[in-house]
Structure formats: C-alpha cells, structure tokens
Design a protein around this ligand. Structure first.
Ligand SMILES: Cc1ncc(COP(=O)(O)O)c(C=O)c1O
Length: 309
C-alpha cells in the first residue's frame, strides 16, 4: 500500500519523502530513538476518526524520553495538534496506525541528548501479524532484556533488537510469533505485545516487573474484564508450563489489538481454538475503541470534531 502524501516532521506537515534523518545522527548510529504506536479507528457511521488512549501514549512517550535523557519535552497539546493536522492533511478516512517518534538528531556521539527531532506518521494499516484465526507460538530461546540492561518499560527502538531476534527465529522455525521469557525464566512478553492467559477460569498477565513494556492495552483489557465480565486479572509471574495448561491465551497491544494464541510449542492452548473470553474481549475492545458504543468516551479523541471545534 502506498504511503500517505504527508508526514509530520518537526511540527511541520511535509511531503512523506522529505521526512528524513541523516545517517550520522545518534538516532541512526546508536538507536537513540523513542516512539509510540497507536491507532486511529475510523467510525463510518459517525464519519469520525477516534484516536484511542492518545493522552496515555503521549505520557508514556515523555516517560521514555526522560529515562533516555532527551533534551526536549513535548506537551500533550502540541503532539495532539500535530497529529490532527497530519490526519487532516492526508484526508484519512480509514483505520490508521500512528507512529510518533523522537530521534536524537544532529551529529553527536553516543552520549548526545539532542537536538531532538520529532516525527509522526499515520499509515493505513490492518493487523501487523498474520491473523488466520489464532497464532501458533513457540517459547523463544532468546531471553528478554531486563531493567538492568535495556529497560523494557522504555519504548525505545534499541529494545526491539531483542524482539526481532526472537520473532525472526520463530518465523524461521515455522511459528507465527513467540513468547520471550525473562532472565528468571518466567513469561515476559511477545515481540510487540503483552500476554494474557486464562487458567481454571482465572485471568493472568505478567506483572510490570517481569520485563515488559507497561502496555496501555494490557491495562485497558484488565479494566474491561473487571467492568464488563466481573473478572479480576492476576498480575504475577507466569511459568512457561502454565502456557501449556492454559485454556485460553491471547496477545494484546495497540497495534495487534487482541490476538488469540491457539498453540504454544505445538501444544494446543485449551481446545486449540479461539476461546470464549478472548473472543468476547476482542469484540468489547474494538467496539469501545471504534466508538460503536458510547462507553469510555474518555478514551477516544475525535479527530475531525476536534478540528471543527
Ligand atoms: C514490546 C511491546 N510490548 C507490549 C506492547 C503493547 O503496548 P501497548 O498496549 O501500549 O501498545 C507493545 C506495543 O507497542 C510492544 O512493542
């Protein structure tokens, strides 16, 4: 699919091809780059684009930039206004995947903290992983990075080296995706998504100290399960073999949304098909994100109404 006409670069709407970084930037040389990935949902009935949990993404971006000592700080208003202008310039009226990046530009060395260069893209995009009715995953032989080495709660490009190793190995071995264990041997996350299981009817997801990105979708899902299904999510360490004995399992993330896992290491999860809680959550999540139901309006930012106002 062709790229949209424009990107946002340093706050300006520029032709997509002109949004470029030099090869001598610390962003390129040392992966000095933090980012956010979020979705805009097109609601055809309402002729509106809703950006899901935008403020939470802007806040996490600031947290990542702080840990990596970037020299700039962007306000919610500035980022939102840039994004709205970008969507309007591209006249986007379909689901989009939005990426906000902050790069260390200039020609500095490894310890450079600026100048920070900000860019936003909004690309029409479906799911980012093959979704053929449930994923076949393996447990990776790679180990998840840790807070002492390359903190997983910081959403920086460098951390995706670890996920890429695991993901590409899994693909080479014939799996759709993979579950990465932390140095303690318990479940961390998948490359680009968090993990949920259902065991004996109880929901569980690795705690935020298990080597995961503090996922906005993971928190959303726990809240929705509590509010709509009266189910509490345990946040705890999860053993590898619990994946084999779970009756349901799914991955979740802004990009992946709710993605069922139907086997791990060629062992069926439950009956080897998409489980009822997974399906129910998938429906609930997308109906709320798209604004098909009025619930949780505070999580949706309407782009075109914001522009009109
Ligand atoms: C490594 C990793 N874990 C988890 C997630 C899910 O996070 P969120 O729900 O905030 O998109 C992502 C998504 O970007 C990710 O890259």
């Amino acid at each position: 699919m062709a790229n949209p006409k424009y990107a946002c670069f340093e706050g300006e709407i520029v032709p997509f091809e002109d949004a470029k970084l030099s090869i001598v930037t610390p962003a390129v040389k040392y992966a000095a780059h933090v980012f956010e990935g979020l979705r805009g949902y097109w609601n055809a009935d309402q002729e509106e684009m809703y950006v899901f949990r935008m403020a939470e993404h802007w806040e996490r971006m600031r947290a990542s930039m702080k840990v990596l000592r970037f020299d700039a700080e962007y306000t919610n208003d500035y980022l939102s206004e840039c994004l709205f202008r970008l969507i309007q310039a591209n006249e986007l009226r379909e689901d989009v995947h939005i990426r906000l990046s902050a790069f260390v530009g200039g020609e500095g060395e490894m310890n450079a903290s600026g100048p920070t260069v900000m860019a936003i893209t909004a690309l029409p995009k479906g799911r980012m992983v093959k979704d053929t009715g449930g994923l076949h995953c393996c447990v990776s032989s790679w180990t998840r990075i840790s807070d002492q080495t390359s903190p997983p709660r910081v959403k920086c490009a460098a951390n995706y080296f670890n996920g890429r190793l695991a993901f590409m190995q899994a693909n080479a071995d014939g799996y759709d995706s993979t579950i990465i264990l932390n140095a303690g041997g318990t479940v961390a996350e998948a490359p680009g998504a968090c993990v949920y299981i259902v065991r004996d009817g109880v929901l569980a997801t690795p705690a935020v100290t298990e080597g995961i990105l503090e996922s906005i979708t993971r928190a959303t899902v726990a809240q929705l399960f509590a509010e709509y299904f009266d189910l509490v999510t345990q946040e705890r360490a999860i053993d590898r073999t619990e994946l084999y004995s779970a009756e349901e399992m799914f991955l979740c993330g802004s990009g992946y949304q709710i993605l069922p896992v139907i086997s791990v290491d060629r062992l069926d999860v439950g009956a080897g098909e998409i489980g009822p809680l997974t399906s129910a959550m998938s429906e609930k999540y997308t109906s709320i994100a798209r604004g098909d139901v009025p619930d949780h309006g505070e999580w949706r930012t309407p782009v075109y109404a914001a522009q009109a106002g």
